[in-house]
Ligand binder design. Sequence first.
Ligand SMILES: *[C@@H]1O[C@H](CO)[C@@H](O)[C@H](O)[C@H]1NC(C)=O
Ligand SMILES: *[C@@H]1O[C@H](CO)[C@@H](O)[C@H](O)[C@H]1NC(C)=O
Ligand SMILES: *[C@@H]1O[C@H](CO)[C@@H](O)[C@H](O)[C@H]1NC(C)=O
Ligand SMILES: *[C@@H]1O[C@H](CO)[C@@H](O)[C@H](O)[C@H]1NC(C)=O
Ligand SMILES: *[C@@H]1O[C@H](CO)[C@@H](O)[C@H](O)[C@H]1NC(C)=O
Ligand SMILES: *[C@@H]1O[C@H](CO)[C@@H](O)[C@H](O)[C@H]1NC(C)=O
Ligand SMILES: *[C@@H]1O[C@H](CO)[C@@H](O)[C@H](O)[C@H]1NC(C)=O
Ligand SMILES: *[C@@H]1O[C@H](CO)[C@@H](O)[C@H](O)[C@H]1NC(C)=O
Ligand SMILES: *[C@@H]1O[C@H](CO)[C@@H](O)[C@H](O)[C@H]1NC(C)=O
Ligand SMILES: *[C@@H]1O[C@H](CO)[C@@H](O)[C@H](O)[C@H]1NC(C)=O
Ligand SMILES: *[C@@H]1O[C@H](CO)[C@@H](O)[C@H](O)[C@H]1NC(C)=O
Ligand SMILES: *[C@@H]1O[C@H](CO)[C@@H](O)[C@H](O)[C@H]1NC(C)=O
Length: 354
Amino acid sequence: MLLKSIVSLACIAAAAAQATKGKIFDHIFIIYLENTDFVKAAQDANLTSFADQAVLLDNYYGVTHPSEPNYIAVSGGDYFGLNDDNFHSIPANYTTVVDLLEKKNLTWKAYQEDLPSVCYQGFESDALYFRKHNPFIIYDSVALNTTRCSNIVPATQLATDLSNNDLPNYSFYTPNMLNDGHNTTVAYASAWLKSFLPPLLENKSFINNTLVVLTFDESDTYDIENRVYTLLLGDVIADLKNTTDSTFYTHYSILSTVEANWDLGNLGRQDTNSTVNNVFEVVAKAAGITNNNITMENAPLLNGTEPGFLAPAPTTSTSAPAGSQPTGSAASFVSVPKVFAAVAALAGAFAAMI
Ligand SMILES: *[C@@H]1O[C@H](CO)[C@@H](O)[C@H](O)[C@H]1NC(C)=O
Ligand SMILES: *[C@@H]1O[C@H](CO)[C@@H](O)[C@H](O)[C@H]1NC(C)=O
Ligand SMILES: *[C@@H]1O[C@H](CO)[C@@H](O)[C@H](O)[C@H]1NC(C)=O
Ligand SMILES: *[C@@H]1O[C@H](CO)[C@@H](O)[C@H](O)[C@H]1NC(C)=O
Ligand SMILES: *[C@@H]1O[C@H](CO)[C@@H](O)[C@H](O)[C@H]1NC(C)=O
Ligand SMILES: *[C@@H]1O[C@H](CO)[C@@H](O)[C@H](O)[C@H]1NC(C)=O
Ligand SMILES: *[C@@H]1O[C@H](CO)[C@@H](O)[C@H](O)[C@H]1NC(C)=O
Ligand SMILES: *[C@@H]1O[C@H](CO)[C@@H](O)[C@H](O)[C@H]1NC(C)=O
Ligand SMILES: *[C@@H]1O[C@H](CO)[C@@H](O)[C@H](O)[C@H]1NC(C)=O
Ligand SMILES: *[C@@H]1O[C@H](CO)[C@@H](O)[C@H](O)[C@H]1NC(C)=O
Ligand SMILES: *[C@@H]1O[C@H](CO)[C@@H](O)[C@H](O)[C@H]1NC(C)=O
Ligand SMILES: *[C@@H]1O[C@H](CO)[C@@H](O)[C@H](O)[C@H]1NC(C)=O
């Protein structure tokens, strides 16, 4: 009787563990490079040399300009109207993919090259690490929570994690300002990739039901479509090597793919917007999801700024301040009273205290 209960308990435990297994992958490793138009990336020999071991996503888009909103979009499912690269903290009542992962006991880390210390909150370090390229530190729901923030680590931690056979289920990797091409060129970034990526792709503690997503945060040219060169790599796409998937995808697709893979539910933001949330076909098929057929004619332009609470205060000046970036059409520009932002910040601080 006792034995039988123990056996059935063990079965229940095994079933529960299995229920949370990923449909396609057990690990996802996301790498963002910087500021390169699709066409330019597609001409880079070192970058395209990865394509024969990959699925090329040739209809994949950043969601706005400049950099920072494209980073907070992948972790939080929106960029809340942000159209600058300044120091921002999103109030603690804003959830991210971390909330969804934790509910299923899935582990995560943000590996940041040249981050000076775990959970470093500063704007930059050594001119190599920049907060604007860290998609988790900007959310107070992560940054002000000691347990969560301990998962924002210097990239050197990756080797340690691999030697302990402990790759997190969800990883976001940010190369430094040189390696990601930001201050350099796509040729510099791809030369770096040529030394960084191949050893990982052959490492058994890295490649173990792993999907690698290699993409760029945004195109370099603002007044064209925001298309970026994107590859899916890893053992889970082995049967699809050297193929092209031309489904319309965006950075929100990474989030919705993660959600579909592990049945995480959603954040109720752009990850539920059927115009921009197509799930990578390899996972969509396994999850029984039919993607939206977004064609050239009905594809949204993703080079402007949608409204949101992080939109800048309205300016009465007709000329843009020096050094400012294009910000989309005047119609898409919604001003939010500063008092709202102050209330939100206070609420965030309060939520973090309780
Ligand atoms: C999460 O990662 C761990 C460590 O690699 C692995 O053992 C586990 O199977 C993964 N879980 C899921 C549900 O993918
Ligand atoms: C997560 O882990 C806790 C503690 O081990 C367990 O009670 C819970 O059932 C797990 N949740 C899932 C979704 O596996
Ligand atoms: C990279 O460029 C930024 C400006 O975007 C600059 O502040 C920083 O010093 C540069 N870093 C290096 C290592 O060149
Ligand atoms: C802080 O993070 C831990 C685990 O990562 C989580 O269990 C807890 O709910 C979080 N606290 C708050 C206030 O969000
Ligand atoms: C994987 O990488 C880690 C860290 O570099 C290393 O310790 C480990 O030996 C590697 N494993 C294999 C099978 O190459
Ligand atoms: C490709 O990368 C290697 C280093 O990994 C470098 O030596 C080579 O010059 C690069 N090729 C091009 C065309 O940039
Ligand atoms: C691969 O992951 C499974 C659990 O998902 C684990 O049991 C196995 O040890 C891992 N293999 C290697 C080589 O790390
Ligand atoms: C977005 O791209 C379209 C053409 O693809 C262009 O007409 C429009 O001006 C661009 N918008 C911005 C804000 O640059
Ligand atoms: C990849 O596909 C192209 C044709 O699309 C072919 O020329 C090339 O040989 C293939 N490479 C490999 C490694 O299979
Ligand atoms: C869905 O995304 C499109 C493209 O960005 C946008 O125009 C539309 O407003 C979004 N819908 C909602 C409900 O957010
Ligand atoms: C998507 O729609 C276009 C017409 O709008 C059609 O030509 C094409 O075959 C459709 N593709 C799929 C995969 O349904
Ligand atoms: C966060 O709190 C602010 C202030 O109370 C509120 O206006 C906002 O709607 C909240 N946002 C979310 C996502 O709960």
